[in-house]
Design a protein around this ligand. Structure first.
Ligand code: NDP
Length: 336
């Protein structure tokens, strides 16, 4: 197998030298284990947090170890009941071409017609569940809401906007980092309004997009976006705080600007709730039941930005943090 290891904790934006490609022989299968050849693995923003050695909701990556994370692949050998050679599976094997996983860490996938297997890393995977749980359970979307989502052209955000429409929002607004992404949101995904945060201050763009204020904010970005949402919030608005990517590469000496209008929380009686999707895995069946037919039937659209080859995994990850993806960022392994 060829693997990507974290060998140094990044200071600020991750550098190539923080990682190493390692070739390794896989040893024999133990009892109830599965040998998998990965087709695709996911690179995700949360992985940046795991590169820091600080306590969090998930343990930090160890130096000199493989970068684990969600992957899909084909079973090459198995000593586990119910998992056979040739099965398509989702695992936590992460940034490697091949790996051995315990049966408890292997999920068989039955992929319906009209759905691609890699969707189970994106729109029907953890990013999709995150969008669904955040919008419905955390923000409590109601008919007629005006919804604003930041990071709207990403894996999570692109589903938030489409779900909001399908679930009765009256106006859906998204922000993203380029005019091409903005065009995708409005022309193909059905957002009512979208803007690029690079064109003008977010506060001003959001005010223009939502002259009557917003009822729900789904935060993927934090900082200037959160400040703008606080400024445009209606009384009793609900915020689902999913991520704050604008600050993920901050260092002690270089921090993104803080949010200056927190007093709006009191004045407007806002409900602001952070959440972590892994607390809601029991919602996955309900999520799949609702969203799979929408994906298979084309009512929900998704895109993937696919980087080829394990040797470019670090490029894919750095690209994700720079916004080079539209929709889900994945690494594909064609030769495995
Ligand atoms: P995305 O597909 O959205 O990719 C990240 C995107 O973030 C980039 O494409 C880029 O798009 C945008 N971005 C990067 N830097 C900035 C910045 N400084 N300001 C504004 N936008 C920026 O990733 P995901 O959909 O996987 O994740 C989206 C968010 O959800 C992240 O914050 C992530 O941490 C969070 N998350 C939280 C979970 C939870 O359980 N709470 C679970 C999964 C994800 P652009 O071109 O628009 O800048």
């Amino acid at each position: 197998t060829r693997e990507v290891h974290l060998v140094r904790r990044p200071h600020g934006f991750p550098e190539h030298d923080d990682f190493a490609l390692v070739d390794r022989e896989l040893t024999g299968l133990g009892d109830r284990e599965v040998l998998v050849a990965n087709h695709h693995f996911s690179v995700d923003p949360y992985m940046r947090g795991r590169m820091n050695d600080i306590p969090s909701y998930v343990a930090p990556y160890a130096l000199g170890e493989v970068m684990d994370g969600r992957a899909i692949g084909t079973v090459l050998a198995s000593t586990a009941d119910g998992i056979a050679v040739g099965d398509l599976v989702r695992t936590n094997l992460g940034w490697r071409t091949h790996g051995i996983a315990p049966a408890t860490g292997v999920e068989r996938l039955d992929v319906p017609d009209g759905v691609s297997p890699s969707a189970y890393l994106g729109v029907l995977g953890v990013p999709g569940l995150t969008a669904w749980v955040g919008l419905l359970d955390v923000a409590g979307l109601r008919d007629g809401d005006t919804v604003f989502v930041s990071g709207a052209a990403g894996a999570v955000g692109s589903l938030v906007g489409q779900l909001a429409r399908l679930r009765g929002a009256s106006r859906v607004i998204g922000s993203a980092g380029s005019s091409a992404k903005v065009a995708w949101l409005t022309d193909e995904l059905g957002f009512d309004v979208a803007f690029s945060y690079r064109d003008a201050p977010v506060r001003r763009s959001l005010r223009a997009a939502a002259p009557n204020g917003i009822d729900v904010y789904f935060d993927n970005v934090g900082h200037d976006h959160l400040e703008a949402a606080l400024a445009s919030a209606n009384d009793f608005a609900r915020f689902a705080v999913c991520g704050m990517i604008a600050g993920y590469n901050d260092t002690a000496d270089q921090r993104s600007p803080g949010v200056r209008n927190l007093a709006e929380i009191v004045r407007k009686r806002l409900a602001i709730r952070g959440f972590i999707v892994t607390d809601s895995l029991d919602r996955n069946a309900a999520f799949l039941q609702e969203v799979t037919p929408w994906v298979a039937g084309g009512h929900i659209r998704s895109r993937e930005t696919v980087v080829d080859g394990i040797d470019h995994a670090v490029d894919a990850f750095r690209g994700l943090l720079r916004g080079e993806n539209t929709g889900k960022m994945l690494v594909a392994l064609h030769d495995s």
